[in-house]
Design a protein around this ligand. Structure first.
Ligand code: SF4
Length: 76
């Protein structure tokens, strides 16, 4: 399992995470920031857990985010 953290408030809406992993992030029409699909919000930090087979593309999203607000934690 992998845990993803998304510090959404600091998102600049560049779309890089969506390009890396379209089924994990979506751009919000409301505020122009990306939203972590399935993410639960705790004090502005969105978090979700996913299977290991998504690891590569999630890593790509983490690496490409220009403001470094996507963090990944490998759980198993
Ligand atoms: S890559 Fe980072 S800054 Fe760009 S939309 Fe995704 S979370 Fe926001």
């Amino acid at each position: 399992m992998i845990r993803i953290y998304h510090y959404r408030q600091k998102c600049i809406g560049c779309n890089a995470c969506v390009e890396a992993k379209k089924d994990r992030w979506r751009m919000s029409r409301k505020d122009g920031k990306s939203t972590l699909v399935g993410g639960k919000n705790t004090k502005g930090i969105y978090r979700t857990e996913i299977e290991n087979d998504e690891y590569k593309s999630i890593m790509e999203a983490e690496k490409n985010c220009p403001v470094k607000i996507i963090k990944i934690e490998k759980l198993s």
